[in-house]
Design a binder for this molecule. Structure first.
Ligand code: IFM
Length: 448
C-alpha cells in the first residue's frame, strides 16, 4: 500500500500505528527512596550540579495530570516502567498498595484511550538486591523471576505489551565498563556476569509473562546506535565499528532468537528459556556514532561520538546526543527487520530545552521511519523520549528531553511547540505538508 497520497500532501502511517511517549519509574515517580539510584544521588559529586530526583514528576501521587495531557495531545499509547523496589520492598514480601497504585495508573491510561506498554526493569534495583550483589549475583535470575511472576499475575489484565529489561547494554556499560553509574565498577568479569544474568533473566521473564498471559507480546528494549567508521577507507576504523555493532546489537538480539549467550572468544552458552524469547524488538535510537580505532581495550578498540568536524568530539552528553542523523534510524530499522519481528521505536528524542531543534529533529526521524515502513519494515509504534522533562540520571535535571517543559520545584507544566506538532501527527496518523510548512519548511523538498 502506498502510504503517500497522490498529491503528496501527507505521509500516512499504517492504520493502528501507536503514537506515544516513554518514561521510566525512577525518572518520573518521585521519592523512590528504596533503590540504588536514590542512594547514589545523595552522594556528593555523583550527579551533575548536585541534582537529585526528589519529587521527579510526582507521578506516584499524580501521574494522572500527565495522562490527561497525553490524551489532550492525541497520544494513543504510553510506555512506562514498574519500580521493583516499590513492588518488592524486602525480599519476597510484596506490597499490595504499590500494585494497587500501578493498577490505577494502567487503568487511568486505558480509560484515556492510551494502550500501556510496561517495562519491568529500567536501571533501578531494590536496595536489598544491591546489598546481595545486584546483577552480579547469579540468584538475581530467580529474584527477577519471582518479581515478574508476581507483577505479571497482578497486572496482566490491564496490559498486553511488555518489555522485560530496558537497555541491558547501557546498564552494563555504565556500571561495569565506564564505572560511572552504580555500582561504579570497572570489571570485565563483572560486566560478563551481569550480561549473562540479564539475558537469562530476560528469557525467564518472557516465560513467566506468557505463563500468566499467553496472548501478551513480550520483548526488550535495545539501545541502538549506528556505528560507522570515522574513515571508511581505514581497515582499523571499519573493524572497530563492526566490533561495536556486533557487541551492541547482534549478541543481544541473536541470543533472544537462538537461545545462545555469546561470550568472547567464541564461547556460547545455550539456554532453552532464552530461545525464541522475543515477540517484538524495541529500539531506543538517539543518534549514530562515527568510530575511530583506538588501541585501548577499555574502549573496545574504538572511540565513539567522534565527529570529523570536531564540533562535538567531547565525550560528554553533547557528543552522545547531538548529531542529527535521522537516516541512521532508517538504516537500523532495515537491519533489525531481517529478524522478522515487529519493531517498536521504544525511545527516540533529544535534549533541547528551548525546543529550537526538536520539531525539525522529530519530523526528520519520523520521515525516515515512514520510508522504512514503505520499504516493508514492520514498525508498529513510536514512543518519543519523553513526555515531561524528567530526571536524566547522572545529568540530573540538566538535560531536557520533554515534549512538555516541567519546573520540578513548582511542578508546573508548559507544552513546548513540539508537543503541539507531535499531537497533530498522532491525531492524523500522518505528517501533513502544512505541518512541515509550519514547523520546518527547510524539510519540505525532502519530505514531499
Ligand atoms: O533517559 C534515558 C532513558 O532512561 C534510557 N534511554 C536514554 C534516555 C535518554 O538518555
Amino acid at each position: 500500500m502506498n502510504q503517500t497520497n497522490n498529491h503528496q500532501q501527507k505521509l500516512r502511517f499504517p492504520d493502528g500505528f501507536l503514537w506515544g511517549a516513554a518514561t521510566s519509574s525512577h525518572q518520573v515517580e518521585g521519592d523512590n527512596t528504596n533503590n540504588q539510584w536514590w542512594e547514589f544521588e545523595q552522594r556528593p559529586g555523583k550527579i551533575w550540579h548536585g541534582d537529585r530526583s526528589g519529587l521527579a514528576c510526582n507521578w506516584w501521587c499524580n501521574a494522572e495530570v500527565d495522562f490527561d495531557l497525553m490524551q489532550h495531545f492525541g497520544h494513543n499509547t504510553h510506555r512506562m516502567s514498574l519500580e521493583w523496589s516499590r513492588i518488592e520492598p524486602t525480599p519476597g514480601r510484596f506490597d499490595h498498595a504499590a500494585i494497587d497504585r500501578y493498577r490505577a495508573m494502567l487503568d487511568g491510561l486505558r480509560q484515556r484511550g492510551l494502550k500501556p506498554m510496561v517495562t519491568f526493569h529500567h536501571f533501578t534495583n531494590p536496595l536489598w538486591l544491591e546489598q546481595l550483589g545486584g546483577w552480579e549475583n547469579p540468584d538475581v535470575v530467580t529474584y527477577f523471576q519471582r518479581y515478574v511472576r508476581y507483577a505479571a499475575r497482578e497486572l496482566s489484565d490491564l496490559c498486553d505489551l511488555w518489555l522485560t529489561i530496558n537497555e541491558p547494554l547501557v546498564y552494563v556499560a555504565q556500571g561495569w565498563v565506564r564505572g560511572i553509574w552504580p555500582p561504579e565498577k570497572i570489571s570485565a568479569l563483572g560486566a560478563l556476569r551481569v550480561f549473562r544474568h540479564m539475558m537469562q533473566a530476560h528469557g525467564i521473564g518472557y516465560q513467566m509473562i506468557h505463563a500468566v498471559a499467553p496472548a501478551a507480546k513480550v520483548g526488550f528494549a535495545m539501545p541502538v546506535r549506528v556505528f560507522q567508521p570515522a574513515n571508511p577507507d581505514s581497515w582499523l576504523d571499519r573493524k572497530a565499528a563492526n566490533l561495536k555493532r556486533y557487541l551492541a546489537e547482534h549478541v543481544w538480539i541473536m541470543s533472544a532468537v537462538d537461545g545462545k549467550i555469546r561470550f568472547p572468544f567464541g564461547f556460547d552458552e545455550y539456554h532453552r528459556t532464552l530461545e525464541d524469547s522475543t515477540d517484538f524488538i524495541g529500539l531506543n535510537f538517539y543518534t549514530r556514532d562515527l568510530v575511530r580505532f583506538r588501541p585501548d581495550p577499555r574502549l573496545l578498540f574504538g572511540e565513539e561520538h567522534y565527529h570529523p568536524q570536531g564540533e562535538y568530539s567531547d565525550s560528554g552528553w553533547r557528543g552522545v546526543y547531538s548529531e542529527y542523523a535521522p537516516q541512521a534510524l532508517n538504516q537500523i530499522v532495515h537491519e533489525v527487520n531481517v529478524f522478522h519481528k515487529p519493531i517498536y521505536i521504544t525511545e527516540n528524542g533529544l535534549p533541547d530545552h528551548d525546543d529550537d531543534q526538536r520539531p525539525r529533529w522529530l519530523l526528520g526521524h519520523l520521515h525516515q521511519l515512514h520510508r522504512a515502513i514503505q520499504d516493508g519494515c514492520d514498525v508498529r509504534g513510536y514512543y518519543h523520549w519523553t513526555f515531561t522533562d524528567n530526571f536524566e540520571w547522572s545529568e540530573g535535571w540538566g538535560l531536557r528531553f520533554g515534549l512538555i517543559e516541567l519546573d520540578p520545584q513548582t511542578q508546573q507544566r508548559r507544552p513546548r511547540p513540539s508537543a503541539y506538532m507531535y499531537s497533530q501527527i498522532a491525531r492524523n496518523n500522518a505528517i501533513e505538508r502544512s505541518l512541515v510548512e509550519q514547523y520546518a519548511p527547510e524539510l519540505l523538498s525532502l519530505l514531499f
